[in-house]
Design a protein around this ligand. Structure first.
Ligand SMILES: [Zn+2]
Length: 253
């Protein structure tokens, strides 16, 4: 297809100036791994945007979506913190290196923020907690469009599990937060991975990570949530795109 003469509205990636040596190291790692580039290329290949969107790495706030600009901000310190969590948890025991898991979780984070951007740009109806809807879209995009999307989503789920360890005692503010509890975000993401491919991920039930009754419902739940999101986004998804866009290489054993 001939490229259009006028510039297409899309996403632009900006690596902000690092604040110190640690941030500089993260910046270099991100550029080398190409994970942000993969995410941005995916969005530009598959989505029509109403207005340009900037994704900025660096700064102190985030990850967040800011409707004013509009932009998605992901601090280098967040990336560093995520990698530390996977390292501290000896994540390589799962067969996935902490660097890979960090990239996986970042892709999920990017798509979560992108969900907020789509909701804002197109005033999409959200029937329930927007944060849950954003988590679900991130998981759906990974599973439906990436060769090993379930594996990427599992790393993201495990990050929620690790983050849940920050709190011994839950307080009122944890319950009134706009996000579901980290434990809930963990189990819901697991549920959607299982629901998308119950035969392949039967171990999730066998190992008792999800109860059998709940897991059974996850099959319907994933079907409903992926169908709903893709139906809602249909007018904004570019036609004739190739289905699978990226592969991150390998599954956990
Ligand atoms: Zn959010």
């Amino acid at each position: 297809m001939a490229s259009s003469a006028c510039a297409e509205v899309g996403v632009r990636l900006e690596y902000g100036n690092p604040g110190d040596a640690a941030e500089q190291a993260v910046r270099e790692e991100l550029i080398a791994s190409g994970v942000m580039k993969t995410g941005v290329a995916f969005i530009n290949d598959h989505f029509k945007l109403a207005e340009p969107l900037v994704i900025t790495l660096g700064g102190d706030d985030g990850p967040l979506f800011d409707g004013e600009s509009p932009s998605i901000m992901i601090p280098y310190t967040f990336v560093d913190e995520v990698r530390h969590r996977f390292e501290q948890a000896d994540y390589d025991k799962t067969g996935v290196m902490p660097e890979q898991a960090t990239d996986d979780a970042l892709l999920h984070t990017l798509f979560h923020e992108f969900a907020h951007a789509l909701i804002y740009m197109y005033q999409l109806p959200i029937l329930g907690k927007e944060e849950d809807a954003a988590d679900a879209l991130a998981t759906v995009l990974l599973i439906e469009f990436f060769d090993d999307g379930q594996e990427i989503a599992l790393s993201a789920a495990d990050l929620f599990d690790l983050e849940s360890d920050d709190r011994d005692v839950l307080k009122d503010e944890d319950f009134w937060d706009e996000h579901s509890l980290d434990d809930q975000r963990y189990f819901t993401t697991l549920c959607h991975v299982y629901g998308s491919a119950p035969n392949k991920y039967v171990a999730i039930v066998k190992e008792g990570l999800l109860g059998e009754e709940r897991a059974e419902l996850c099959i319907e739940e994933y079907a409903a949530i992926s169908r709903s999101w893709l139906m809602l986004l249909e007018p904004y998804i570019k036609a004739n795109e190739t289905e699978s866009s990226a592969s991150r290489g390998g599954e956990r054993p």
